[in-house]
Design a protein around this ligand. Structure first.
Ligand SMILES: [Zn+2]
Length: 339
């Protein structure tokens, strides 16, 4: 296997129960497309699905819908030394896939398969290619070479070039139902209580694998720290600068997601006064307080600001995180008050 560096914690091609129907449809095809675009939210097992399909497409003696696990191809794949598969990822987590990396892939695509079967390429996440890299990939998508299948995995298909999307069979991957996710989480996180699992799943916006990963990175503890900080900020017991510095270990995107959620909850409460819609218990009182003490205009302004800057965080722009958080917290501290 070429260029193999996995940053996602679920690297084994695990079969997730919510993918059953999708799997039957994909693996059961008699003819395969030249390129698939597997897209959907983060943390629902798209990578695992792509790896399972990769194994199935390379297997020399498929066992029903799945790879056999014992043929030469399966053994080589398992050992990470299959000559006919290629995994293209950013060299560093959260960085871009570079044009040079795509050029290496393009020369792999034009080679003949060494085991005489298919070649399979997996690219994740496709949106991490810059425009040059994406254009270089287009050639491989436009001129199919032999029995090569490209599996493109995307968490944000809206960021892809239309020309890339139009050359793939697009396959949306579903978010599992809450009941199914909780059932699965009960086995994945047996040491957590039911309430904790519900909370993690909520924080993960319904993505069960993201919930596990939030648990592993200590997101509940981080959130407790942030909620405590926000309360102190509003009581003027801590300054925006102190807080921004103390949140050094917390992923910026996670912080932006939380503040984005809270601003939506404040707005919703201002519009509906529905106490059922105040979100997780830890911030309910604060959300309600801010909804009552602030104006809709101010909340809309801060929400616009958060969304615009969240986009910058997502696009990996070079940001000064302390200054950015400070700017956010200065506005947040000014929410109560009619001016
Ligand atoms: Zn096999």
């Amino acid at each position: 296997m070429h260029c193999c560096r996995n940053y996602w914690s679920f690297t084994v091609a695990e079969a997730y129960p919510w993918q059953d129907a999708l799997w039957q449809q994909l693996a059961g095809r008699t003819q395969h497309a030249h390129a698939y675009l597997l897209h959907g939210p983060v943390g629902i097992g798209k990578r695992a699905l792509a790896e399972r399909l990769m194994a199935r497409l390379l297997c020399q003696r498929p066992d029903g819908l799945d790879a056999c696990g014992t043929c030469k191809s399966c053994m080589l794949l398992h050992a990470g030394s299959h000559p006919d598969n290629y995994v293209l990822e950013p060299e560093e987590a959260d960085k871009a896939i570079k044009v040079d990396q795509v050029r290496d892939l393009v020369s792999f695509v034009v080679q003949t398969a060494q085991l005489g079967g298919r070649k399979v390429v997996l690219i994740e996440p496709v949106e991490s290619m810059n425009i040059n890299a994406a254009n270089a990939l287009l050639k491989s998508l436009e001129e199919p070479s032999g029995e090569t299948v490209l599996l493109l995995v995307s968490h944000q298909p809206s960021r892809l070039l239309p020309t890339i999307k139009s050359r793939c069979v697009q396959q949306a991957c579903p978010l599992p139902s809450e009941a199914l996710s909780l059932q699965w989480l009960a086995r994945a996180l047996p040491d957590c209580g039911e309430e904790e699992r519900v909370e993690l799943l909520t924080l993960a916006a319904g993505s069960p694998l993201a919930a596990v990963s939030l648990h592993t990175q200590g997101a509940r503890e981080q959130r407790a720290q942030v909620v405590d900080g926000v309360k102190k900020l509003l009581k003027q017991q801590q300054s925006p600068t102190q807080l921004a510095e103390s949140w050094n270990a917390i992923p910026l995107l996670l912080l932006f997601d939380w503040f984005c959620d809270w601003s939506s909850l404040i707005l919703r409460y201002q519009l509906t006064e529905d106490e059922q819609g105040l979100g997780l218990t830890d911030m309910r009182k604060v959300v309600q307080y801010l909804a009552q003490k602030s104006t809709q205009g101010k909340v809309l302004d801060i929400q616009d600001w958060i969304l615009a800057h969240r986009q910058k965080v997502l696009s990996k722009a070079n940001l000064n995180r302390v200054l950015l958080l400070e700017a956010l917290l200065v506005q947040w501290a000014a929410l109560p008050g009619q001016r």
